[in-house]
Design a protein around this ligand. Sequence first.
Ligand code: ADP
Ligand code: MG
Length: 401
Amino acid sequence: MIRTDHGGLRCSFCLLTTRPGETAIDDPERVVSICADCLASCEALVASDPEQALPRPMQLKARLDRHVIGQERAKKQLAVAVYNHYKRSSLSNSDLELGKSNVLLIGPTGTGKTHLVRSLARLLDVPLHIGDATALTEAGYVGEDVESLLAGLLRAADDDLVRAQRGILYVDEIDKLAGRSGSSAHDGRDVGGEGVQQALLRLIEGSEVEVRIEGQGSKARKVTFDTSGVLVICGGAFVGLRELVERRLATRAMGFRSHQRANGPEPDPLFRVLPADLHQYGLIPEFTGRLPVLATLESLDEQALVAILTEPKGALVRQYQRLFRMDGLRLQFTAGALRAVARECLGEGTGARGLRAALERVLLEPMFDLPGRDDVEDVWITEGTVSGGLPAELRLRSETG
Ligand SMILES: Nc1ncnc2c1ncn2[C@@H]1O[C@H](COP(=O)(O)OP(=O)(O)O)[C@@H](O)[C@H]1O
Ligand SMILES: [Mg+2]
């Protein structure tokens, strides 16, 4: 416990100094104290009214910012959708039925769709199940049926049905369900996709679904799963969708060229996607109609990739620095080295996915050579190490004198 010279105490939680008399609780042993603000936050957290503990959209977005780089609009949309979703479930007894704010995430591979959903579930402390739409089939066919997604969510909630019913279900690769039908010119798959979309409707719109749970020793049991409190997020890369949006915008904008934005680069047309475009892509209207929040994630540029390497709480560079630290080594990257890693990754077109493999490659030699060498203090990765195959630069302990 730190007592400041003007008689205030330092709150053990926010570490801010309180003025004399302002401390809410100060234990007699002088081990911990808590200020009035922190006490109020704790009370809100444990309050029985779940709405009180629900972070506001702005707080949620600020917390997401610590984990997810860029994608500002998508983070805002998710924060609002989540806020409305959990507010809505706390109103279950009222006679006003609020529609579910299920979300569709649209964006190229490796732009952070799954990462965003994972971060969100962790921040909210709700169970999350990630399923793949391509693995699903209509009931009666060989393969997983859509109820298996709910079984997955129940597993993620350690079999706690109440918790599972307030969880998040992420269905990836939803674009692969787009059928050939309609005016869509792109090459989807045939019959299966539309049937799975139909089957998914029941989960998405909120209803009671019988779920078969495989138990130990072939004993299966049935659980009635109420999906009205489950936040469903679908995601996909939707290759070719941009062109459909562009074509629609071009038809509308004919003769109105002067209204185009004069300054700055044109925003990605995918930010202006409408349900009609998704319908044309091959999703059935009933399905798109139940995903009212359309959030687009943009491709990551060099600067964003460098930020992803270094900034988030669990950033890759920090992870490797930690590993090196355990061998008594200080791992450092020059700014040029980080940019070179990002550029290498950009060339692959897999967003941030290639970053880890790129770092593994760059760090292989030092990770092989250096453990056990206690004369080395600093390991510098330079641009030459990344793109020129030069060895990492070492600074020995004696040199630091
Ligand atoms: N915007 C981002 N901010 C922080 N990390 C990101 C971001 N985008 C991708 N990543 C990193 O790249 C990895 C792959 O991204 P992922 O979420 O799987 O992409 P997607 O689901 O869009 O294909 C993630 O695990 C995460 O570490
Ligand atoms: Mg993904």
